[in-house]
Design a protein around this ligand. Sequence first.
Ligand code: FAD
Length: 426
Amino acid sequence: MEDAQVVSGVYDVVVVGAGIMGSCTAYEVAKRSRSVMLLEQFDFLHRRGSSHGESRTIRATYPEDYYTAMMQEAFELWEQAQAEAGYMVHTKTCHLDFGPAENKSLHAVISACKKHGVPVEILSSKEVAHRFDVFQLPENWVALRTAKGGVLHASKAVAMFQQLAQKNGAVLRDRTKILRIHPGWRLPSGESGVLVVTGRGAALGRRCILTAGSWTNKIVKELSGFELPIQPLHTTYAYWAIGKDHSDLFSVEKGFPTFACYGQPYIYGSPSLEYPGLVKISLHSGSPCDADTRIVAPDWKPLKEIVSPWIASHMHGKVKHEDPVMAEACIYSMTPDQDFILDFLPVPDAKEHQAGSILVAAGFSGHGFKMGPLIGRVMADLAIFGTSSDIPLEYFTLARFCRHAKGNHKDFEEQVHSLHLMNLTG
Ligand SMILES: Cc1cc2nc3c(=O)[nH]c(=O)nc-3n(C[C@H](O)[C@H](O)[C@H](O)COP(=O)(O)OP(=O)(O)OC[C@H]3O[C@@H](n4cnc5c(N)ncnc54)[C@H](O)[C@@H]3O)c2cc1C
């Protein structure tokens, strides 16, 4: 990576924020032989944002069928990037969704799979117990097994896309906070562009893409005066000890799945992979926070009060449920409908030639990692060509919040509930 401290020059695209979304976007721009600079406020691969850690689930199952459709391309793009890098960041295993038989989201997941040709096996609670020998689900529950799933090695994947971006010609700078962005700046070519001012100098770009995760709103507010409907949530993922002699049952080799338990609480987990003898089981929830001032430490209370009893009643005594062995803090960027924002940013009072120079990819609502390479492809297309095909962009516009404050309408339950709505005791 280039060591120079100063930020300068003129680029086709300047990308702000080097989590999974910014790193994939910089790679996709560079792959199209356009000049691109990727800027990160902290050290690359820091642990204060959303993209760090050992694992993220990848699956095609979603209640929103447009995500199921998008995952077909996302799976392919992960394969292509790994082939170019020459190493793997995706460990494959199957995926299991389960919950009460009447759960509307689960029904929507089944319909979405049928609509997009994703093969699904529907299993009763008894069949789940027989197949996996770990889960103990209530009798009136149902499960769906899909073959295509697995674990993405998160920090390694971010590093891979940064490496690929650089290999394709991108300029990368960390410890470089963007202080201001000026649209409508005249470039040496005479075109209108964007001046991006950092603590280490300034760069010009024809386009600027904001992939700043939970900080996006702060940048947008400073830039345009209006607020994006993105609420950062402080969340915690945790690892629990597997009971004596049961480790094998939780391995990828033995076919242990990544899993999601729909309903309240929404619990997710993945095979024993990154740490021997431990399995990751966490709660899909969090508490509202400020990305700059939050204390970056695990929140043990929901683990003790929600995840621990869930493990005790759903995992057949195969996991030591009393206390997690380790945990780490992370952050979600929630939109009201839990759908992404992928759009051009309206800048008030902008003249016509200034419109469309700043784009935003944010609000990934705790489920975006698996789509990082696809988001990179779409944002590069939007920045370079002004449009992108094979993606239902209408679900990801800012305008949806003007039509309805809640955004896209859904006929099923939300997946993520803020902790203060979950009646935590104590
Ligand atoms: C605990 C947890 C579990 C999850 N599980 C899954 C899962 O199983 N599957 C899945 O698909 N998704 C999952 N997600 C969601 C997924 O990880 C996120 O959607 C994704 O990482 C968001 O990436 P991002 O690039 O938008 O944000 P970030 O990774 O936060 O990146 C934004 C970057 O912008 C930088 N930045 C901000 N402001 C500035 C500035 N002014 N100047 C320069 N740089 C700036 C930040 O420092 C940061 O590095 C999970 C998330 C968490 C927290």
